[in-house]
Design a protein around this ligand. Sequence first.
Ligand code: NAP
Length: 519
Amino acid sequence: MTYLAAAIEVHSPDHVKEQAARAAQLGAEMIELRLDGLPNLSEQAVRDSIRNAKSSELPIIATCRDPKEGGVNSHGPDQRLQTLLWAIEENVEFVDCEYANYKEDIKEQLSTAVKKAGSTRLILSAHQFQGKFNDLQVLYDCILAVEPDAIPKLVYQANHINDCFEAFDVLHDKDGDVIILCMGPAGMISRILAKKLGSLVSYASLETAAETAPGQCTVEQMRSLYRWDRIDTETHLYGIIGDPVGHSMSPRNFNSCFENEGMNRLYLPLHVQGEREDLETFLTEVSQRQWLDFHGFSVTIPHKTASLFYVENHGEYVDPLAGKIGAANTLKLGFGGILTAYNTDYIGALTALTQAMGIDKHDLHQCEVAVVGAGGAARAVITGLADVGAHITIYNRTLKRAQSLADEYKAKAKSLDELGELSADIIINCTSIGMHPNVDASPIPAEVIREGMVVFDTVYTPLETLLLKDAKKAGAKCVSGIEMFVHQALAQYKIFTGQEPGADLEGFMRKTVLEALSE
Ligand code: NAP
């Protein structure tokens, strides 16, 4: 059993009553009472706070954190010990004491009180706010050597997602109840995977900005976005690798699909910061741990090229299309930790365009197409257009980049300054210009857009970019980036699940993403 605990920093007994009711209403499975939040640790205030929390009927962890380990008030050691002793007398299910303080008098009094009560278990916790512990496994063993019946709780700051693997390893090899989590945004996945890997507790906040530790999600996010109730040891994992990934619609989209289809799968944001080496470390670490059950990844900026390179060197198969484009936006992790690479941006862009125009892709033959941008998305779009014989002109801020792409695809290259003289049947924006928060920018001067043109903006935040607003005013046909997103995701779904997307999945994905964007 892994409990989803709502962490409550206690301000007063009345505050606890209201927060505990809210925790129960939101579906939390436990309450962690941070009694150090009380300005005055009087017996009355402590006992009333615990009794008020009990009205929720949820199990309770009582703690009174030492300021050295994140406590919010500077209560002395005697007051903190006394608080835990009162909590044991109130029959809370768990008390949490810092392992560093668990010696001499404190150890003697706490262990005696726990044994006498019989219904309270002791958590011995260690927190490292700067980074990893020197040796997590050794610390885990030391805590159990000091108190074999205790539940070790080991929490450290992950400064990079790759710091989480040590926590996963100790959880995987655990022998009894343990709580292991990583703090910080980079450690967020450890809070969700706690349930798959069998940490006794994961902590979440009741509201955004009410976190008691960095990187906590809200109870609501854990349950609705990250499918907490559905996760078990068999859950298959997927995720989007990128930097940043916080804005990505993919977790919402895929988790909603998995929920809708009754699949035991979970899709995570995987924030892999840094350069090629950091990505390579991440892919090596996940490939080596098949018990983590990762089965596939979407890949976004800036890792598409490096992902392809990694699979070329360490994987088994690169789909020829991904090889031709020079970028992978989809990876599949198969039996034996073998990675294969694909690109679904190509089919996503081509389907979005042809569906909106009501034509077959071969009807794009000899169409005049202006592509703005020469990055990863542009490469996928241009490969699709070149395959059907469209006449392509590439406009880019860095002319040299446009020129080398143009040389590859027998296209023309121009600088952005030449957009004023643009004349084309179709305009496609493959830059991030106009994307939130720079919604007042457009890559194309409004006056070059004419009635009858087709204008496709791959940017989909906001839903209607300034470019699309200008296109609508000019009487051009508009194609939203949402369409590309939906079609590349449908192709990923097939790669991830091995199943042909059902007839209604396209509509379901579109509705999910539109709803998410309108919130
Ligand atoms: P990328 O590889 O980093 O390329 C970015 C492109 O944008 C480059 O051509 C770059 O020009 C240009 N650019 C960036 N900022 C600019 C600025 N301020 N002024 C002028 N040009 C600028 O990124 P990508 O993977 O191609 O993605 C580009 C965009 O495509 C994303 O922002 C995203 O909105 C969209 N996209 C959408 C989907 C979808 O499913 N709808 C899928 C993938 C991508 P330089 O070469 O001069 O740097």
